[in-house]
Every structure is written in structure tokens, then in C-alpha cells.
Design a protein around this ligand. Structure first.
Ligand code: ATP
Ligand code: MN
Length: 304
């Protein structure tokens, strides 16, 4: 932080206003520190955001205050944020996309804490390139049950011949990502995801629920497939969460599942340590896996 513009310290090329404002009372993290965190991990985060429509969760008064979920730039000043073609979402303002670290830092300067992305890239928006299952527990359940549900999900994907990648949500659960060839329409992907979740729930009705709503998952884990429709988004890997302690959503290898203690294990304070100690990127193959959904898979899921 050698230079500053007026009294705004620069992080990268972005001047941060109110740098000393505490955005998380729990950890004492300031807005400047959040920007510096994002700058340090930009090579991990930016590839997760690039090319995809983006939504922001802003917490201008800190994570204990009101938060704002934003799919459009609105009046926010973010010159490096790309504005997408109006045709991608004709009924609304233009969608946005962060393809570089400057756009990320400009969003942080505008009070952003979380970055959420679509399951499709903007150059072929009608063809999703992944499925994400969001495992949501009854909050009363012990963590071991989340590990168990993650294993069950991975095992069914294995049986179908689908490779998958996992991350902590930074909140209560796990997110399971299944890369796809960009050949299926949203509707096909949604139907598959729903059939998958319902199959799991039939397999283990005491442990898994396929219906949304707290009343449907008492004592169980909801395998949420609803993120897999056009316009839906999920928090990106390496995004901070706007929650006390500033946890981060973090990719892990399958063989780390046993050691994992919670979905909020890594935070702004300890993620750098993990990344420095990694021998290889647990998601290294995520961008190269090519797979498609088949009739055989659907037949298996639809079978009783
Ligand atoms: P957890 O592990 O605690 O469930 P999560 O990331 O899976 O964390 P949420 O943070 O509750 O779950 O996000 C739920 C979904 O709603 C996501 O698809 C997200 O993109 C979207 N979302 C988050 N905040 C808002 C909001 N204020 N308005 C509309 N959609 C939102
Ligand atoms: Mn969730």
C-alpha cells in the first residue's frame, strides 16, 4: 500500500473509501483488509468468475447490517465490470460479469462481500456448463451427517459415471459441482437434477429430503437442485460470505472430506495458509472434464 489517492488507500488500482470501517465485528476485519484479501487470492477467484453472469451480495453497513443481492450494476461505479448484452436477459437491466481482479476490487469498494455466478457462460447462455447440488442441513444435525450426505451424492454420481467437484459453502453445507458439456438445455439439466435429488431421497428417506422448506428437512439434509435453472446463481468458489467471521467457500479434494470440521472452516483469516500449503489445486481438472447427461442415466434415476 505504497500509494494513496487523497485519503483512499489503493488496492491494486482501486481506491478504497472508508478503509478502516469494520465490516465484521466478530473478526474485526476492515473494508481495506477485505479488499487486500481479495487481491491476494485473485488468481484463485477470478477464473471462477470470468465469463459468467454475476450477482453481488453487498453489505455496506457490514455483515451484521442489511445485505443487498444485486444482479445488475445499477448505479454502482465499477468501470472494469463488464456489462453483458441486453439480449441475455431482455426484461431486466444488463447483467454483469467480472473478468479481472480490478472488477472484483471495484465491487468490494462498492460494499460487496459475496460473488455469485450462473451455471452457464455468457457466450452460450442457453447451454449450462455445470450442475450444482446444494446440500442444506437441518441446522440441528451434526456435521458428520453432512459428510455422509456428501458421500452419498458423490457415490450416486460415480454410479452414473459423472465426475464431480466439491466445495464448502462457507455457511452450513456443501456444494457439489458436476461439469457438463455445453450441449444440454436448461430444461434438461433441471429435469436431471430434480430426478437425481428425488432418487437420493427415495434411497435414504430418513437422511435426505428432495423438497424445499425447513419443515421438509427436519432431521434430514435437503439436496437442493433448484440452483440448476436459468437465472439462478450460487456463491462462487473462493468468495467470502457475508456472515460473522467472514467464512469463505472453499474447494476441497474428496479425500479431505474426512478431516473437514465444518463448512465454515476457512475464513478470510486462515485461507491463505491453506492455499500456501496445498500441493495441488483440488479442482485442477474441473475445467477439462467433459461430460454429458444420457438417457441411460435418466432411466436409472426414474426407476423405482
Ligand atoms: P448455506 O451453506 O448456508 O446453505 P448457501 O450459499 O448454500 O449457504 P445461501 O447463501 O442461503 O445458501 O444462498 C441461497 C441462494 O439464494 C443462492 O442461490 C444465492 O445465489 C441466492 N441468494 C442469496 N442471497 C439472496 C438474496 N438476498 N436474494 C435472492 N437470492 C439470494
Ligand atoms: Mn446451501
Amino acid at each position: 500500500m505504497a500509494q494513496s489517492r487523497g485519503r483512499r488507500p489503493l488496492v491494486g488500482s482501486v481506491g478504497i473509501s472508508n478503509p478502516q470501517r469494520v465490516i465484521d465485528a466478530c473478526s474485526g476485519t476492515t473494508k481495506l483488509q477485505l479488499a487486500q484479501f481479495y487481491q491476494r487470492i485473485d488468481r484463485w477467484l477470478v477464473p471462477q468468475l470470468a465469463k459468467r453472469p454475476l450477482s453481488l451480495v453487498r453489505a455496506p453497513d457490514g455483515v451484521d447490517g442489511e445485505t443487498f443481492f444485486q444482479r445488475h450494476c445499477g448505479r454502482l461505479k465499477m468501470p472494469h465490470m463488464r456489462l453483458l448484452d441486453r439480449a441475455l436477459d431482455p426484461d431486466h437491466a444488463r447483467l454483469m460479469q467480472a473478468d479481472n481482479a480490478e472488477a472484483v476490487l471495484e465491487a468490494v469498494q462498492m460494499g460487496t462481500v459475496e460473488f455469485h455466478t450462473w451455471n452457464a457462460r455468457s457466450d452460450r447462455i442457453e447451454r449450462p456448463d455445470r450442475i450444482i447440488f446444494d446440500l442444506d442441513p437441518d441446522p440441528a444435525l451434526p456435521w458428520a451427517r453432512m459428510v455422509d450426505a456428501t458421500r452419498m451424492t458423490l457415490q450416486l454420481l460415480d454410479e452414473l459415471g459423472l465426475d464431480a467437484f466439491i466445495k464448502t459453502s462457507g455457511g452450513r453445507g456443501m456444494h457439489i459441482l458436476v461439469p457438463l458439456d455445453r450441449r444440454h438445455e436448461w430444461e434438461q439439466v433441471r429435469c436431471f437434477s430434480r430426478a437425481f435429488s428425488e432418487y437420493l431421497a427415495r434411497q435414504a428417506p430418513q437422511r435426505i429430503a428432495a423438497k424445499m422448506g425447513p419443515q421438509n428437512r427436519v432431521g434430514r439434509i435437503f439436496v437442493d437442485y433448484l440452483r440448476n435453472q436459468k437465472g439462478a446463481s450460487t456463491v462462487a468458489a473462493y468468495s467470502v460470505r457475508a456472515r460473522p467471521g467472514l467464512p469463505v467457500s472453499v474447494p476441497i479434494a474428496r479425500d479431505e472430506l474426512n478431516e473437514l470440521g465444518s463448512a465454515a472452516q476457512w475464513t478470510v483469516a486462515n485461507l491463505a495458509q491453506r492455499l500456501a500449503a496445498l500441493r495441488c489445486d483440488p479442482w485442477a481438472r474441473q475445467g477439462v472434464v467433459r461430460q454429458r447427461l444420457t438417457r441411460t442415466m435418466l432411466a436409472k434415476l426414474d426407476a423405482e
